[in-house]
Design a protein around this ligand. Structure first.
Ligand code: ADP
Ligand code: MG
Ligand code: MG
Length: 883
């Protein structure tokens, strides 16, 4: 069996497509060799050896030793050196390399093959004793640390002591003799720590390092990383053994890293850093300040050290030649590692470079324009969720972060302001022109106005799908939820974390993208829509089949939705329109009336406000479809709480406080989410739905007249369990439409449909679709009711479910395809049986989740609807689902 693949000298046994077998690093080293780029020769021990190693009690397959010897001999031929030879030694690096780059794996060991004898030979051959001893001390440090598990602190301490005694500042001041005497000390440290000498036999060193790479596959850090990133343990890692090239051979040698394009802006320019007379990770280790690669970057940074372009023009020209080849070949931005030995450039690694969302857009669009990839490929290159970074203000990358505590990144973007603890205080601050952050233990529907007024929301309880999180995402406001270390004292208007206490009026900044809560007002960057963003979204729109609508009810949200490219409103939650100061009183009068006449009187006050809401919404949406949901939430949520509030309502209704309290107690519910809500309200109090239908139809007539665009409202009945109740309510709506037609003399088109958000409704879809003209899947409630999990209470146990793999992901974030998805499939199929052209959409939180959008495409929905700020993400995800 073949366990070893060689590369070097313009050819290789492997290639880039063999990442599974050779790991990412090994496959790309082979590919670069095949491209005849200068790669120091070497070989890759395959990932299958790693698997074999663990299947066989940490031993190696019998043939491996021979194959490694043969490969070392090949390297010897190409380099003119011999591994282990005392006079002319071949030195190598041992590098781990999994399929995907993985922190937690063993660090690279350089200069392997050095010992007390070969170090002298290297000094002789190079004529540079300092270089030889510097390399040897590096080797002892690295090998001891990563293979022998001796803490590198010991070596650092010895070096610091030595420098202090000699009065040196920089490592570069140490001479050959200095390093030589340090090597003696280092060996003594190893002897003391391990009770045995530092291994001198190169072959033993090599197998020690190879074994260490395989062992590191199962260390805790690596296991944890795999868990978090869904990497199966069965993949294994490869090991690369490569002949050394030296960046530490004096002033004509160097080591560096470079990106073929700027990874933070995406600009088409070589971007990177290098260090003269240095080795390996010195560049990133921060031992000395690295130098810029291009002269332009050097000037821009105002650096006083020469650029590589000026200091090493030939190596620079070679790097430019090579990066052009690599980009064309891989058709993507590359992240490269290289070393220059005495003026000659060697490539040590290349891979697709990590980049910000902004850079990703720019690079994808540029590559398509350069003809390297197609427009469709460009669409596929952007991770939809990453766009979130671009749609909200963010904390200035250079700003200092004084972190108070960290909660959940519930709604992206950053916001700063003085802290307030009540929604009233938030509104007052806003009126006074001051920015504020609303801090609550948790929020409820009554806080909506406060949330609107605040720049951002911070809660100490509740998960990613808590009320605060969902509403904040809907509003596009930054939110950090579940910051459990914060203690809020409403009475004193303070919040504290450990010894730090902040009072109302103190400034904080929240970062809803990371969950951080920061002290003070931190500097922000405003989002901007680049030309590339618009271009790429245009390409996405050409590809997608699913339409994208927004969940919106306020004029502001509707405008944002249109700016972001929404093709209509998929969910207008009318109850959100009743919490405003001027309306809640009338709403409470309506709920608390004991008989119809009282309700009608209150509804008459609400009608003109509601009609005006719809006129505005229809006008903004300018002929695009608007789905309006009839009143849905439990009346419970609107009940007055404080004595003051009760007194106010009692006065307005001309009744007594006692009577009103009794009525409120009657309406109290144990389980409001499964209680008196949704279509049940319309069944018990038909006058509510009647008023809303009238407001909708009258508004449609007015808006159509004013805009000159036909308005075809879609009236949606929530929470039905079957057709009888739907038909009953629909009859009332139809009657109202007929009445408005007669009264206004206008022609009026509209549709009546329903939400499918209870399992029974999904099962009865065939019957419901006989009269319902559209379905909108309310997957929040459908998930709650199908799984029997209340989303407001899920945070206490759901985490242990996902952590233990009992659920693959949070079902309130990504649709549970096997259960909830099955109900959706059933409803789609049965609904189409009785009405083949039924319009199908989704309006739950899942409508903005890329994975769930993929599911919506696969079951053939017509549209998804999500919060305005997620519209671009949904457009892109819908396009990728159709690719
Ligand atoms: P990582 O996966 O952490 O990037 P690498 O295996 O790429 O680790 O090694 C880190 C660095 O060590 C490389 O960027 C390079 O500078 C140096 N290095 C590795 N192998 C060699 C070699 N054969 N010759 C010279 N330098 C090397
Ligand atoms: Mg590397
Ligand atoms: Mg619902």
């Amino acid at each position: 069996e073949k366990w070893v693949y060689t590369f070097g000298d313009g050819k290789a046994e492997g290639e880039a497509g063999m990442k599974n077998l050779l790991g990412g690093k090994g496959a790309n080293l082979a590919e670069m060799s095949n491209l005849a780029l200068p790669v120091p020769p070497g070989f890759t021990i395959t990932t299958e050896v790693c698997t074999w190693y663990y299947d066989n009690g940490k031993t190696f397959p019998a043939e491996l030793d021979g194959q490694v010897k043969a490969a070392l001999a090949d390297m010897g031929k190409l380099t003119g050196k011999t591994f282990g030879d005392p006079a002319n030694p071949l030195l190598v690096s041992v590098r781990s390399g999994a399929r995907a780059s993985m922190p937690g794996m063993m660090d690279t060991v350089l200069n392997l093959g050095l010992n007390d004898v070969t170090v002298e030979a290297v000094a002789q051959a190079s004529g540079d004793a300092r270089f030889a001893w510097d390399s040897y001390r590096r080797f002892i440090t690295m090998y001891s640390n990563v293979v022998l598990d001796v803490d590198h602190g010991h070596f650092e301490e010895a070096l610091e002591d030595y420098k202090e005694r000699k009065g040196y500042q920089l490592d570069t001041e140490l001479s050959a003799d200095d390093w030589k005497s340090l090597v003696g000390k280092y060996k003594a440290i190893v002897q003391k720590e391990l009770g045995s000498a530092f291994p001198q036999e190169p072959e033993k060193q090599l197998w020690g390092a190879v074994g260490a790479v395989f062992s590191s596959w199962m260390n805790n850090r690596a296991i944890k990383y795999r868990e978090l990133n869904d990497i199966p343990a069965a993949w294994g890692t490869a090991v690369n053994v490569q002949s050394m090239v030296f960046g530490n051979m004096g002033e004509t040698s160097a080591t560096g890293v470079a990106f073929t394009r700027n990874p933070s802006t995406g600009e088409n320019e070589l971007y990177g850093e290098f260090l003269i007379n240095a080795q390996g990770e010195d560049v990133v280790a921060g031992i000395r300040t690295p130098q810029d690669i291009t002269e332009a970057a050097k000037i821009a940074a105002g650096s006083d050290k020469p650029s590589m372009e000026k200091a090493m023009p030939e190596a620079y020209a070679e790097l430019c030649r090579i990066y052009g080849i690599l980009e064309k070949h891989y058709r993507d931005m590359q992240d490269m590692e290289f070393t220059i030995q005495e003026g000659k450039l060697w490539m040590l690694q290349t891979r697709s470079g990590k980049r910000t969302a902004k850079a990703a857009l720019r690079i994808a669009v540029d590559l398509a324009r350069e003809g390297l990839i197609t427009e469709k490929e460009a669409v596929g290159r952007i991770e939809p969720g990453a766009l979130d970074q671009l749609l909200h203000p963010t904390i200035d990358a250079k700003a200092e972060r004084r972190v108070l505590t960290t909660g959940l990144p519930a709604s992206p973007g950053a916001a700063a302001g003085e802290i307030v603890f009540t929604s009233e205080a938030a509104e007052a601050a806003k009126k006074a022109g001051r920015k504020c952050i609303l801090v609550r233990v948790e929020t409820s529907p009554e806080d909506i106005h406060g949330m609107h007024a605040a720049e951002g929301i911070l809660t100490t309880r509740g998960g990613m799908t808590s009320h605060a999180a969902v509403v904040a995402r809907g509003m596009g406001k930054p939110c950090v939820s579940g910051a459990g270390q914060i203690r809020v004292d409403y009475a004193k208007a303070t919040m504290s974390v450990g010894p730090t206490t902040l009072k109302s009026g103190d400034f904080v900044t929240i970062d809803g993208s990371t969950g951080q809560v920061l002290l003070g007002e931190v500097k922000m960057q405003q989002p901007e829509f680049s030309e590339e963003f618009k271009t790429l979204m245009g390409w996405a729109d050409n590809v997608r089949r699913l339409k994208v609508r927004a969940n919106a009810e306020t004029p502001r949200d509707a405008r944002t939705a249109r700016e972001f490219g929404a093709e209509g409103i998929g969910l207008c939650r009318t109850e959100h329109m009743f919490f405003d100061a001027g309306r809640i009183l009338a709403m409470r009068e309506m709920i608390l009336s004991e008989e119809e006449a009282g309700r009608r009187a209150a509804l008459a006050k609400l009608l003109p406000m509601q009609r005006q809401d719809f006129v505005e919404l229809f006008t903004i949406m300018h002929g695009l479809p608007v789905t309006i949901r009839l009143l849905d939430p439990p009346l419970h949520e609107f009940l007055p709480h404080s004595d003051e509030e009760i007194a106010e309502v009692a006065a307005a209704m001309g009744t007594t406080i006692d009577k009103l309290k009794r009525r409120a107690a009657e309406l109290h519910e144990f389980n409001p989410m499964l209680g008196f809500r949704g279509v049940r309200l319309a069944v018990a109090y038909p006058e509510i739905a009647e008023m809303q239908a009238r407001a909708i139809f009258e508004a449609a007539v007015i808006a159509a007249r004013e805009t000159g665009k036909p308005v075809i409202p879609e009236v949606m009945v929530p929470l039905v369990i079957g057709s009888p109740e739907f038909d009953l309510v629909k009859a009332g709506i139809d009657a109202m439409a007929a009445a408005v037609r007669t009264e206004t003399g206008a022609s009026l088109s509209y549709q009546v449909g329903t939400m499918i958000e209870l399992p029974r409704a999904a099962l009865r879809a065939e019957e419901i679709a006989r009269t319902a003209e559209f379905f909108s899947f309310g997957t929040n409630d459908l998930t709650q009711t199908a799984l029997g999990i209340s989303r407001d209470d899920a945070s206490s146990f759901l985490g242990s479910y996902t952590a233990r793999g009992l659920l693959t992901s949070d079902p309130f974030v990504t649709i549970d395809q096997e259960g909830v998805g099955e109900l959706v499939r059933i409803a789609v199929e049965r609904g189409r049986k009785s009405r083949p052209d039924i319009k199908l959409g989704i309006c739950g939180e899942h409508g903005g989740d890329p994975a769930s959008i993929g599911f919506c495409e696969s079951v053939g929905l017509d549209y998804v609807s999500c919060s305005p700020f997620r519209v671009p993400i949904a457009r892109l995800a819908a396009a990728q689902a159709a690719l």
